[in-house]
Design a binder for this molecule. Structure first.
Ligand SMILES: C=C1C[C@]23C[C@@]1(O)CC[C@H]2[C@@]12CCC[C@@](C)(C(=O)O1)[C@H]2[C@@H]3C(=O)O
Ligand SMILES: O=C(O)CCC(=O)C(=O)O
Ligand SMILES: [Fe+2]
Length: 349
């Protein structure tokens, strides 16, 4: 039986073009009303705030399984060092991403995500759920960006494709390594799980142009990521990412170095771990003078897979009941496309 793809699963929930097409940020001197957020919840933004103690994990540490398990449980997000991806890779992807976002709006529109599509240029998929637009433009790649790159640079598309494909390969290998460590923590005795999924991936290039009024604009509105894991690179040491931390409110996650990567738990890992690893609620703020670019790599199960909470035995607790019913990945994505914030309540068991 042929398996479906993320692309096919998005077709069932088309979006309107008005929610996909970003404005032309190059031309803007003042934030228009459509992008003006009255209340950002901690304005004025304090850019000098200290980063919280998000765990920093050395992937070569002997107790890496425990470290990752603990970080996923308590934070849902951590930074990794010694991940083996050379810093040049990030620089190359960043420079190709900046090359794309620097194109005039008339060019970028040529590769705009279609109303029923998954890849290409456009706003974040969560845009229709908010009454204001975000100070953001993105470009989503799933495997090869060849068709879009040819449209943008008919005589000079190869380098963009090579860099993006290579980066996805590196991130896939790293994600798989993290995935095995996570499974090892969750269910050390069930080795069959190691081979029980096929995977899907997406690379999202995010651009947050300089914003004339950063205290009343939002780069990415609060959300959780949907798949198992996201690996994020914040280029050029520019912060902007915040997580919502119980008792501390919105807290910035500053890059610790240009080759550190941020890993965060997504909804499908939340469900698989029966809520033991909560998916982290996060958002992005913007800056008046820095054009921030980030690279987000999403790793998850193939859309025909079924996710069942792993509850046979939970560490230190004993037998526990599943908090969520089993759900097919495509059903979950479809529910989230319609309900966003309330989706977990719809799959409670
Ligand atoms: C696989 C994916 C995750 C994502 C939707 C996408 O198809 C590609 C873009 C991703 C992104 C990036 C910005 C935030 C987010 C919620 C969105 O609207 O698009 C995530 C999606 C997600 O994790 O659900
Ligand atoms: O740009 C960032 O720091 C975060 C991006 C993000 O949350 C996403 O792409 O889902
Ligand atoms: Fe995200």
């Amino acid at each position: 039986m042929a398996t479906s793809t993320l692309e096919e699963s998005y077709k069932e929930n088309p979006q309107s073009l008005q929610h996909i097409l970003p404005i032309d940020f190059h031309l803007i001197q003042e934030v228009p009303n459509s992008h003006l957020w009255p209340n950002i919840n901690n304005s004025p933004i304090n850019h000098d705030d200290k980063s919280p103690n998000v765990p920093i994990i050395d992937l070569l540490a002997p107790n890496v399984v425990e470290l990752i398990g603990h970080a996923c449980k308590t934070w849902g997000i951590f930074q990794v060092v010694n991940h083996g991806v050379p810093i040049e890779f990030f620089d190359e992807v960043e420079s190709q991403a900046r090359r794309l976002f620097a194109l005039p709006a008339e060019q970028k529109v040529k590769v705009v995500r279609s109303t029923s599509g998954a890849t290409g240029y456009g706003t974040a998929r969560i845009t229709p759920f908010f009454s204001k637009f975000m100070w953001h433009e993105g470009f989503t790649i799933m495997d090869s960006p060849l068709d879009h790159a040819k449209e943008l640079w008919p005589h000079d598309y190869q380098e963009f494709c090579d860099v993006m494909e290579n980066y996805q390969k590196k991130m896939k290998a790293l994600s798989f390594q993290l995935w095995l460590l996570i499974l090892n923590y969750l269910q050390p005795s069930q080795e069959h799980l190691m081979n029980s999924f096929e995977f899907t991936q997406a690379l999202q290039l995010n651009s947050y142009p300089c914003c004339p009024n950063p205290n009343h604009a939002v780069g990415l509105a609060p959300h959780t990521d949907s798949l198992f894991l996201t690996i994020l690179h914040q280029t050029n040491n520019t912060k902007g990412l915040q997580i919502l931390k119980k008792d501390q409110g919105w807290t910035s996650i500053a890059p610790i170095s240009n080759d550190a990567l941020i890993v965060n738990v997504g909804d499908l890992l939340h469900i698989l771990s029966n809520g033991e690893f909560p998916s982290v609620y996060h958002r992005v703020l913007v800056d008046q003078t820095k054009h921030r670019v980030s690279l987000a790599y999403f790793f998850g199960p193939q859309v025909d897979s079924t996710i069942v909470p792993l509850v046979s035995f939970e560490k230190n607790v004993g037998v526990v009941v599943p908090k969520y019913r089993k759900v097919k990945v495509k059903e979950y994505l479809s529910l989230k496309a319609k309900h966003l914030e309330t989706v977990f309540s719809l799959i409670r068991s």
